[in-house]
Write a protein that binds this ligand. Sequence first.
Ligand SMILES: Nc1ncnc2c1ncn2[C@@H]1O[C@H](COP(=O)(O)OP(=O)(O)OP(=O)(O)O)[C@@H](O)[C@H]1O
Ligand SMILES: [K+]
Ligand SMILES: [Mg+2]
Length: 669
Amino acid sequence: MLSPAILLPALRDAVVKLDPRQLVRNPVIFVTEVVAALVTVLFARDLVLGAEDTVFSGQIAAWLWFTVLFATFAEAVAEGRGRAQADSLKRTKSELTARRLLPDGSTESIPAASLSVGDEVLVAAGELIPGDGEVIEGVATVNESAITGESAPVIRESGGDRSAVTGGTEVLSDEIRVRITVAPGSSFVDRMIALIEGAQRQKTPNEIALSILLSGLTLIFLFVCTAIWGLAAYSGAVISVTVLAALLVTLIPTTIGGLLSAIGIAGMDRLVRFNVIATSGRAVEAAGDVDTLLLDKTGTITFGNRMASDFAAAPGVSIPELAEAALLASLSDETPEGRSIVALATGDFGIALPQVTPDAVIAFSAETRLSGVDMGERRLRKGAVDAVLAFARLTAATAPAEFSRAVDLIARSGGTPLAVADGKRLLGVIHLKDVVKPGIKERFAALRAMGIRTVMVTGDNPVTAAAIASEAGVDDFLASATPEDKLAYIRREQQGGRLIAMCGDGTNDAPALAQADVGVAMQTGTQAAREAANMVDLDSSPTKLIEIVEIGKQLLMTRGSLTTFSIANDVAKYFAIIPALFIAAYPALGSLNIMGLASPRSAILSAVIFNALIIVALIPLALKGVAYRPAGAASLLRRNLAIYGLGGLILPFAGIKLIDMAVSALNLV
Ligand SMILES: Nc1ncnc2c1ncn2[C@@H]1O[C@H](COP(=O)(O)OP(=O)(O)OP(=O)(O)O)[C@@H](O)[C@H]1O
Ligand SMILES: [K+]
Ligand SMILES: [Mg+2]
């Protein structure tokens, strides 16, 4: 975690970050730098004048600079760890070439960097996909290990929810036609690299609020120090500017000021290590407080490669007649469901592929929930049972009992029944099979233990939804949901003051993913879903939210704990330094020197040294995060207050005392 390969470049970066123009974004540390510069000037003056203060002001100046450097170092280390991960991504994305399709159907070879949005390219087995896009023709297996680290090939195909391809990944079999949807330079991998390197990191609203609080505290202590100076001058004691500067820096919250951005960067990094790319720090924080998790069914809870497996004919209809109608209705259906129906009818059921062109093609949409063709007199439709019944002017009550039984049997087994009709004539039902991803039930139980309610929202019918919901162990489900329904559900929950996470993969999930506080898209999903979400799970695991929530909670806890620690620390230092300041003027204050520090100067220098060293000492904790255990918010708060509040109060007494002993033993001042 802290190898020399990261620490050495971080040291160099830490020096670069001393640039005041950069540092001004961190007010506490910026004030420290200004003060360090001031004391350095005073030291130079003492040096020229040969004043007796030279040794003291020189040491104070040095330690103030170390304080600033340790703070910039913390941030540099956090960024350096991300950069190491980004470097391996950069290697995958080296020089790519594209075979761009020309209007006459031939192809030209061009560098991928000169592709533009809307271009169409061909990619065959053994070639690298030149840019982010959508498969518009064909099916291929793709090795996406370059970005997911997972070597198992995935299927990418046109039409359905698995059509998105990522530049830099390799086609293993077959040939696909890809429409480029993202300009080179802002591709998924490019954005991943920028995010991991922290180049695009923006402060979250919580961080900004905390920064304002810390700046406020800094201002107050600036005031306090000025008042002390005036008070001392009034009472005849002389307090040097060097001592005042030291006082100010030890009192302002330098510890949390120095570690704040490292904590945020480390949180994003921890997500990357769990194969989750977050495009928003705000979402990571929101994840820590999520109340409800919404999951789409097909492709999220299930694998999503729904395959037609059987036909059940309505009374008075033969199986070949149903199979042929289903085949015709699917001829122009480019979705995986449509293609699997063609495969089943022409394969197992031996129907010859008809050489006909439909008069009109009715493409599938998540709103209508049906698809089909018009052909002469025939109006062939297939789709969700209620949608097809409505099309055939039937209802659940007026549909033949045998048909309803077949539908029910399929739905109860967790399959998706697709009804087939020709105009008003109901022909039967197709059984689409899908498989629930393994190990999901236990993981949902873990989410429940964290106090998170899981709700499955699906476009599928209520009976299938109920079967899959019970197999997967979700708390609740919403069936027959259109994209608008999913969106409305989230809005309603949010209006109730709840924070919502949504996991989805399809274009029909995109609005919901964008509306959710935490939107997690499956890497296997469509481009639209990945664009709308604020996180992408490279493993496409719907229960990854467990880790995401833990990391979010850990981030919030780490920041809270270190803020508590930092402020408690500063309070303790007050007692170490103030007596030292006034002891010369008021010897009676000697009794306040409860710590028995060697001399006023040694006390002040020790406090400054402690103040600097505590930042370095806490870097590992800031990066690793405070340990998270599932427990109630109140008991966590109590525990953290005890450890970091009390610890923060006590530690400086011991630390400053020890440093004071060393300083006086070495005769430093
Ligand atoms: N190619 C298709 N042609 C006709 N009807 C379809 C097709 N694909 C799916 N359907 C029907 O439309 C319904 C809604 O589909 P939609 O994609 O909105 O949701 P889903 O994939 O079933 O569920 P989820 O929202 O969980 O992914 C499906 O349940 C199915 O009954
Ligand atoms: K401080
Ligand atoms: Mg889906």
